[in-house]
Design a protein around this ligand. Structure first.
Ligand code: SAM
Ligand code: SF4
Length: 328
């Protein structure tokens, strides 16, 4: 029986935050001084994560993405990748990173069996990069991306948070980068999940503005809907040199097709990025619950998945957790 919610959506995609900590302080995500980190004892161990995924995979979860915080600040991530790759029902394990540690660790992640990476890169200008991430490390990140390519990661997707006043001037450069290196560049609309709570609708560079901005330099055509189950709407370059993705979470929400749930680093299941309720799995995992008990709890939480986010309604309430504490 597939894993369904009460609206009939089939849920097969689990994003797992393995830490809330991060070595960057991106302006759209974390405050300059950082956040109060979860105590280490509250963070799920790799064994606990692997057990949870094993149970979830028996119910229909077949895609896993590791994220954070910055997942690569946690020790021995290749070890976790190995544990997950040994779960037979999983079709796909991938990871989202800011790229800072890739130069050193890309080879080890590849050896452990990881093949797909999403790397965040919001600008191609070193100074702007330092302003956005509050870290002066553009060169190291670019070397990390190159290293990931060199060791064989494919596909490499580049995540760009699209913000008014920051991203417009670089849309065409990003498109050119994707075309040259065969990366899929994905523009993500800025969402109200920044810990500083500065989000304002006027700061969003919308999907429409993004596509128009690129189309004038490199003509685009929309890839038919339903070709992938990704939240990104895909546009291919008309001359055949690859594609871009646009994740229009705010202006064109894709909640009706949403197939994902999230596990936070401290073991709470969230059935929407914007959930205001969570289901705890840490206590059951630590206090002797059987696999069957955990499976039942998971199935029930998924069944109750929210119909959609309410960003575009007057009643919208931001979740208490910010993006890095949820796992984007
Ligand atoms: N640290 C890793 C990274 O930056 O790739 C993984 C975690 S990060 C929270 C995951 C993704 O969420 C990144 O691509 C980041 O750019 C994006 N993100 C963070 N805050 C966001 C916001 N307020 N709106 C839209 N995307 C956001
Ligand atoms: Fe860290 Fe990623 Fe948030 Fe930037 S977006 S502060 S890299 S968790």
């Amino acid at each position: 029986m597939p894993l369904l919610d009460r609206l009939g959506r089939r849920i097969n995609n689990l994003r797992i935050s393995i830490t809330d900590r991060c070595n960057f302080r991106c302006v759209y995500c974390m405050p300059e001084e950082g956040l109060k980190w979860f105590p280490r004892k509250d963070i799920l161990t790799y064994e606990e994560i692997a057990r949870f995924v094993g149970i979830a995979s028996g119910l229909g979860i077949d895609k896993i993405r590791l994220t954070g915080g910055e997942p690569l600040v946690r020790k021995d991530v290749p070890e976790l990748v190995r544990l997950l790759k040994a779960i037979p029902a999983l079709k796909d394990v991938s990871l989202t990173t800011n790229g800072y540690s890739l130069k050193e660790i890309a080879g080890k992640l590849y050896e452990a069996g990881l093949r797909r990476l999403n790397i965040s890169l919001d600008t191609l200008d070193a100074e702007k990069y330092a302003q956005i991430t509050r870290r002066n490390v553009f060169g190291k990140v670019m070397e990390g991306i190159e290293e990931a390519r060199r060791v064989g990661f494919d596909p490499i997707k580049i995540n760009v948070v699209a913000m008014k006043g920051l991203t417009e001037a670089e849309l065409v450069d990003f498109a050119a980068l994707g075309r040259e290196k065969s990366y899929q560049v994905r523009f993500i609309e800025f969402m109200p999940l920044d810990a500083d709570r500065h989000w304002d609708r006027a700061d969003i560079l919308t999907a429409e503005e993004i596509v128009t901005g690129i189309d004038t330099a490199y003509p685009l055509e929309r890839v038919a809907e339903g070709v992938t189950a990704e939240p990104a709407t895909l546009y291919r370059f008309r001359d055949g040199k690859g594609e871009i993705g646009v994740i229009a979470s705010v202006t064109e929400p894709f909640c009706e097709q949403c197939n994902r749930v999230r596990l936070t680093a401290d073991g709470k299941l969230r059935t929407c990025l914007f959930s205001i309720r969570e289901t705890d799995f840490r206590e059951p995992l630590r206090n002797g619950a059987s696999d069957r008990d955990i499976a039942e709890r998971f199935r029930k939480a998924v069944w109750d998945k929210e119909p959609g986010h309410l960003i575009n309604t007057v009643g919208f309430a931001r979740p208490a957790r910010s993006m890095s504490q949820i796992g984007g």
